[in-house]
Design a protein around this ligand. Structure first.
Ligand SMILES: Cc1cc2nc3c(=O)[nH]c(=O)nc-3n(C[C@H](O)[C@H](O)[C@H](O)COP(=O)(O)OP(=O)(O)OC[C@H]3O[C@@H](n4cnc5c(N)ncnc54)[C@H](O)[C@@H]3O)c2cc1C
Length: 410
């Protein structure tokens, strides 16, 4: 049996910074990171399309699920501190106009490498190829897999999204072994299954700056950004950000919500109608296929006309009546797709749900049920939207857990 002061289960975003912070604060600690995959930080390599969107400068204003709980960690380790932390590892960053922060190298591998070298410099034991399957509480701490003994334990095993990158939900079982409960989990930041009979002919068509409204009996959520039509439904950031809410609605209400696309949120209905009326003057002799090519990709414009039941290949624009133009303007502002589900955990970036926040002290990340046990990252019931917010949560909660504070230290 090998003995440590601290063992961290899960060697990716939250777990790696937790180990680093604990060792920086107290260099004498004997610290181990136990990772089931052959190498640490594998998921990080896939983040931000291989560029790793490290954090977002607007994270403190972001509408995280369970924001109240997450606030202390996020304020203790705001994006600026995370940027400084990476800078202390020699990794420089830049931010774009939306506040998204990336490594100067534009390469996610640089982030993993920076963390890996720091673990090495600090003398943290990195134990790979070791899935943790059993944790037992002992008199003075924990026994992990019957092989490692530690006084303190941080579980940072992620959720169950994108399992080949490591996190397969096994962390929840470990938390349950120590008396914790897990809320219902659903895939978040994942494409939507929605009206494939409409979206399939539009496969590959991308539309920027749309507004999506998800509606059941009432409005459930609104998002803005890009959408991508696929053969099964809708992808793109604006669609993916609706997924968790849509899935929860389907599970709870047992009915499908609709998402309404506003293709031109910057234009009022009246302005749009005037624009369309003017078009019948400018290009009245053209066929209806070309009606909306000045504002939408051609295939999307045809889909709008078809949805209005006004499409006939040889119909001339000049033949459209005011009533028909009004119907088209309405459809551009409110194009409906029925959401029947999502592409599931394997295709999701994040898991919504996790260890119950009521069971964790938000000022320390220590369990309220089991002394010397801490949690960090996505395994906790906190998640955010696209744009660096989920990694920001992983870093901030990992750093805080790594302080190994207890309630009476506060
Ligand atoms: C394709 C993709 C792109 C993304 N892009 C971004 C982005 O650009 N910006 C952003 O903010 N977020 C992004 N995310 C989300 C972000 O990667 C996660 O929210 C974040 O990595 C969570 O960190 P974590 O350390 O809590 O969990 P994870 O990163 O999931 O790490 C958990 C680790 O624990 C290990 N593990 C699990 N179970 C066990 C076990 N039983 N024993 C031992 N080890 C175990 C896993 O192998 C893994 O290494 C993306 C996610 C995906 C899938």
């Amino acid at each position: 049996m090998k003995t440590y002061d601290l063992a961290v289960v899960g060697g990716c975003s939250a777990g790696l910074v937790a180990a680093i912070n604990s060792k920086r604060i107290n260099p004498k600690l004997r610290v181990a990171v136990i990772e089931k995959l052959p190498r640490i930080g594998k998921k990080l390599l896939a983040t931000g399309n291989g560029k790793c969107n490290i954090t977002n400068l607007q994270a403190l204003e972001h509408d995280y699920v369970n924001k109240g709980f997450a606030e202390f960690a996020l304020q203790s380790y705001p994006p600026e501190k995370i940027i400084d932390f990476f800078s202390s590892l020699g990794l420089l960053t830049y931010s774009d106009s939306c506040g998204r922060v990336y490594p100067e190298s534009n390469t996610a591998a640089s982030v993993t490498d920076a963390l890996r070298f720091e673990l090495e410099r600090l003398g943290v034991d990195v134990i790979c190829d070791t899935p943790v399957t059993e944790i037992k509480k002992t008199k003075n701490g924990f026994a992990v897999n019957g092989e490692y003994i530690c006084e303190k334990l941080i579980i940072a095993a992620g959720g169950k999204s994108s399992a080949p990158q490591g996190s397969d939900g096994s962390g929840y079982a470990l938390a349950k072994m120590l008396g914790h409960s897990v809320t219902k989990t659903v895939p978040a930041l994942v494409p939507l299954n929605a009206s494939p009979e409409i979206t399939k002919p539009l496969k590959g068509v991308r539309v920027r700056n749309v507004c999506l409204t998800l509606k059941g009996e009432k409005i459930l959520k609104k998002t803005e950004g890009e959408i991508l039509f696929t053969d099964y439904g809708l992808s793109g950031i604006a669609a993916m950000e609706l997924a968790a809410t849509a899935q929860k609605y389907i599970d709870n209400v047992k009915r499908n919500p609709f998402t309404y696309i506003d293709f031109l949120p910057q234009m009022t209905f009246d302005n749009l109608f005037d624009y369309l009326k003017n078009l019948s003057k400018i290009k009245g002799f053209c066929q209806i296929d070309n009606l909306l090519t000045g504002i939408l990709p051609k295939a999307a414009g045809i889909a709008v006309c078809k949805a209005c039941k006004l499409y006939k290949a040889d119909k001339e624009i000049s033949s459209l009546t005011d009533k028909e133009l009004r119907i088209i303007a309405e459809k551009i502002k409110k194009f409906p797709l029925e959401v029947t589900g999502t592409r599931g955990f394997p295709n999701s970036q994040v898991t919504s749900g996790g260890i119950k926040i009521e069971e964790i002290n938000e000022k320390t990340m220590e369990s309220k049920l089991c002394k010397n046990l801490y949690f960090a990252g996505e395994i906790i019931d906190v998640d955010g939207g696209c744009g660096g917010f989920n990694l920001q949560w992983a870093w901030a909660s990992g750093m805080l857990a790594g302080e190994l504070k207890q309630e009476n230290d506060l």
